[in-house]
Ligand binder design. Sequence first.
Ligand code: ATP
Ligand code: MG
Length: 421
Amino acid sequence: MRHSHSYCRFCDAIDDFDRFIYTGKGALKFQAFLIKYGEIAIKGKNRHVFEEALIRNISHALTHVEGEFEITTERGRIYITAAGDYDYEETVEALKKVFGIVGICPMWQVDLVDMQQIRRDVLAYMEAVYPDSSKSFKVFARRADKSFPFNSQEINAELGGAILGAYPKMRVDVHNPEILLNVELRNRLNIYSETIPGPGGMPVGTAGKAMLLLSGGIDSPVAGYMIAKRGVTIEATYFHAPPYTSERAKQKVVDLAKIVARYSGPIRLNIVNFTDIQLYIYDKCPHDELTIIMRRYMMKIAEHFAQETGCLGLITGESIGQVASQTMKSLAATNEVCTMPVYRPLIAFDKNDIIEISEKIDTYETSILPYEDCCTIFVAKHPVTKPNLNVIHRSEKKLSEKIDELVETAIRTTETVEVRP
Ligand code: ATP
Ligand code: MG
């Protein structure tokens, strides 16, 4: 049902009233959104590539929302218009997860006619959105078309006066207004006063691909989220050690990938059976070096998949000093086996800061489920914290008989699943 004319005291002046969808429960929903994007606006010649990716990702995010939408562009602007009734909350929630969006502005978009009509439209907007308001406000008008017979200052003055006339309790505050009423004269007239913060970052798909080493812990999903936020497409590899790690532990990793995929888009997840490699290392190498040697093999195998699918780097959730395998010496030992760059977005983060992000992106509750991890089962009581590379190399020589074959089998038997939000 559309917003009815009798609702608005200015409606007699308005012939086209498609700005809201009236839900029938007294709630008004905006019919359109203006999408603001920041960094991507400064990308010069590449700009259209970024805009296209952003539009594609918005469109993808909205396929999961109830309603039909049209996405249109105008220089430096993306508009989303609902074709009929739609779920407002779901729409905003979906848009809040699209990297590259800086602001989501519920908006009226109507035909641009003349000053008189703009005044009527603005008063109708105020009546609908802020009935009986006594708030402070400021009109912020901008003209794209400089041939419009009034300049921005004149439009501000005209509309400010009209609002004060209609709302004697309101007052103008140019420095710190409670309502910043944006009035944009473009191909059509845009009126909006609310900006819901978007996630920022860059549209996924504009920065190449990287391979995330995804465990069931708190850190690696956050690391994947952060790199995806820079526009990077994510693939993932999980090292599973049945029967030491259960099906539930594996399902937990799939669930975490699903949550990260809400932001990053679909993730191809490689599930590697790592048991035989772990047992072999356990059998042949000193136990205090197990974690480091195991992690070196994880990196090698993840890099194999990364190379195979055109990834440009690896991603881990490591942070300096968090555990024995993440001292600077341990990180150097792990890093030594990689030829690709390893991105460690959490390297300087405290655990509390990582937890805060994991709560914000909704991975925390899943991450803390108590299912065992393949590393914790084989972990030594006193793992080395300052591994010596020569010593590690010597220990790894003891693996020479079977390790190549085991790695090859692990790669060959890897199960790959496409994880969607
Ligand atoms: P997380 O919370 O991400 O599990 P963590 O604090 O448990 O991290 P480690 O177990 O030392 O730290 O792992 C460091 C990083 O190595 C992880 O962030 C992840 O990127 C990778 N990693 C560890 N275990 C696995 C696994 N079983 N499968 C895939 N990657 C793993
Ligand atoms: Mg872990």
